[in-house]
Design a protein around this ligand. Sequence first.
Ligand code: HEC
Ligand code: HEC
Ligand code: HEC
Ligand code: HEC
Ligand code: HEC
Length: 454
Amino acid sequence: MKKVWTLAIILCACVLSAADAGPAGKAGEHALGTRSYDDYQTPQACAPCHVDISRQHEQAMMSQAYTHHWDEIEYFELAVPHAGREPKVAAVKAECNGCHAPIAFLAGDVPPPRPEKKSRANEGVSCDLCHTVTGYAGDTPFNFNWISVPGRTKQGTRVPGVESPFHDIAVNPFLKTAEFCGTCHNEKSPYGQWVKATHLEWKEGPQGKGGIVCQDCHMPPAPGKNATVGTTLPDVRQHLFHGAHDPGKLAGSVEVRIHPRVREAEPGETVVLVATAVNAKAAHKIPSGSVEDRVVWLHVEARDAKGKVWHLPVDKKGFEGEDFTIASGTALAYQDIGEAQGIPDFKGLRRDGSVPAGDRIFRMPYLDPKGRMTIQQWYTASFGPDYRLPPLEAVNETFTWRVPDDAAVGPLAVTAQVWYTRLVSSVAEYLKVPKEEVEPVLINTHTTTFEVLD
Ligand code: HEC
Ligand code: HEC
Ligand code: HEC
Ligand code: HEC
Ligand code: HEC
């Protein structure tokens, strides 16, 4: 134990002094190449003292923002080649990493080595990046417009302030704000579109207006110590950053209930069922963030007393662009992948992947400059209808269904399920994204019944 401590102290002392005092930091695109990797300490340098926080961070997507397969695939197989072919998006070759590998971006390492090379880009969003952020430039946080000033001073939040013998601490209330998160969780495309707006959605919603910030749900406080040699505190912020990659966080995040308008019907009669979906746990829309990738859908099935199953397609409401929100077995999209990869006349891929045709999809389609649906958020020139689930609001869907002539007499059960996948399956298959990264998750279900009469 003693040995570990001596080592930690020596290690910190020399790394910290090497990183001291830089010029006032630049923000956003202007920060490219203004620092070197050596200005920042590795997460391993913090780990000996901040053990629990370090282990939490290792398991969070933050530390995998550059190495996770889908990130690597999208960056190296779509964004980088696209940047070389389309001048309008040329800057993304560097700028994806303003959020995903910020230290590599600051060091001007463009593109950074592939993850297998184990360069420091692999640190992703690291301890020393977040804890050297002093504020942000401009009025709206977006496109990595944080300002980072690396060195011996770590930005913290405790008033009157805890002390570390190993680094200085600046008390910085900015870290307690949603705007801090918004610097990376809001993104504007080269076409001026808000292709990520988690912070902006939050600001409009009830929790945002009520002062419940991102940290309250994604970094909740627990009693304990934040450093092995630290003081015992009532409210240590847990570095969970759990989101769509955590089945437990997704579980129940959309609630669903379904009821029939009548409790009895004869075969051949038409019955209307109403399903209600509620975003009850998130303070932003569901889905949020990588909306272009995510598919959240409502699937309804009926099962009669003898076990025969029918799939119920959702009723149309008639709003503009609604077709994008109802799964189709035939529609193609993502033709712009061909533009990124240099494949002329790329026919596209199934727009809705394996979502059963007729199911309602809670989504906002991202459209490329030719008006086709895209998963390339940087190539987004406009949007289709925003049909996602806003926080603490309910959305009703109706299913008008003729009870089949061969439905068995007795109770007929109708089940509504809400599914979530992180990436539309057709794109995942085409780009060979590992199955476990995109496996659909059942996030809620509810069953109702009515009687089929003789
Ligand atoms: C050798 C031990 C040690 C190392 C290494 C270390 N810290 Fe600390 N750190 C501490 C101690 C001790 C405290 C004060 C804990 C307390 O009393 O609550 C602290 C507190 C902090 C705080 C909280 C300040 C506040 O007011 O909220 C932050 C943030 C922090 N450290 C970041 C870092 C980062 C980032 C690194 C790595 C670059 C790092 N530390 C490396 C020992 C260390
Ligand atoms: C320097 C940029 C940056 C900052 C600042 C930042 N994030 Fe992130 N965050 C990212 C990136 C990049 C990812 C995506 C990781 C991936 O999946 O590749 C991410 C992922 C997440 C996820 C996981 C989402 C999922 O799909 O599982 C959560 C939750 C999250 N961030 C919350 C926060 C909160 C809360 C804050 C503020 C306290 C914050 N982030 C600040 C860049 C940042
Ligand atoms: C009231 C609790 C709550 C607050 C406040 C909150 N979130 Fe979330 N967040 C959730 C839940 C629950 C999920 C999981 C459902 C989902 O993926 O949308 C989630 C998911 C996410 C995701 C993944 C979204 C996706 O579908 O890929 C990101 C990124 C994220 N949050 C970031 C933030 C940021 C940034 C803020 C502040 C601007 C914030 N959250 C505020 C509860 C919250
Ligand atoms: C995405 C940005 C981000 C990353 C990455 C990050 N932190 Fe933090 N950290 C924060 C924020 C924000 C707070 C303060 C939250 C609050 O008080 O509302 C914080 C708080 C802390 C605290 C004080 C906790 C408390 O409540 O007493 C310590 C210590 C700390 N971080 C260390 C680390 C270490 C070590 C790492 C890497 C293993 C790390 N952080 C990674 C954003 C980050
Ligand atoms: C302004 C900051 C920002 C920029 C710029 C940015 N991203 Fe992201 N990216 C994020 C955040 C934050 C998330 C997490 C959102 C969520 O979980 O819903 C994310 C998520 C992703 C994901 C999904 C990860 C997953 O596991 O589901 C991929 C892939 C990705 N980004 C690739 C890119 C590429 C390629 C670029 C450049 C063209 C880029 N990003 C530019 C912030 C950014």
